[in-house]
Design a protein around this ligand. Sequence first.
Ligand code: DGP
Length: 113
Amino acid sequence: MSDCIFCKIIAGEIPSDKIYEDDMTVAFRDLHPQAPVHFLVVPKKHIECAADITAENSAEVARCFEVIAKLAEQEKLQGGFRVINNCGENAGQTVPHIHFHVLAGEVMGEKII
Ligand code: DGP
C-alpha cells in the first residue's frame, strides 16, 4: 500500500530502529514507547487489521508470534511481556497495517483483561 507508514518502513523509505527482519516479518521500536521496552512486530504483507486474517494470510500472523518468542529471548524479557493488538477505530488503531505491540521492562499496571 503506497500510503501506509508501515509499508514504507518495511520498504526502507522511512527510517526505523529495526531489531529484526526476515522474509515475512519486521520488528522495530515504537516511536512513542509506552514501557521501557516497546517494539512492534509487523508482517511485511499488508493486512489491515485482525478482522482481515484469513486461512490465506494467517501464516504471516503465525510468523509474527514465532518472532515475538525469538525476540523475547534476544531482548532478555525473561520477566515477562505483554502483547497487544488494536483492531479498528474503537480499539484505537492508528496505523491500519496489522501489528503486535510487545511491552516489557516493568511490572505492568492495571489490566484491561
Ligand atoms: P496502534 O495505535 O495500535 O495503531 O499503534 C501504532 C503505533 O505505531 C503507535 O504506538 C506509534 C507507532 N508509530 C506510528 N508511526 C510510527 C513510525 O513512523 N515509526 C515507528 N517506529 N513507530 C510508529
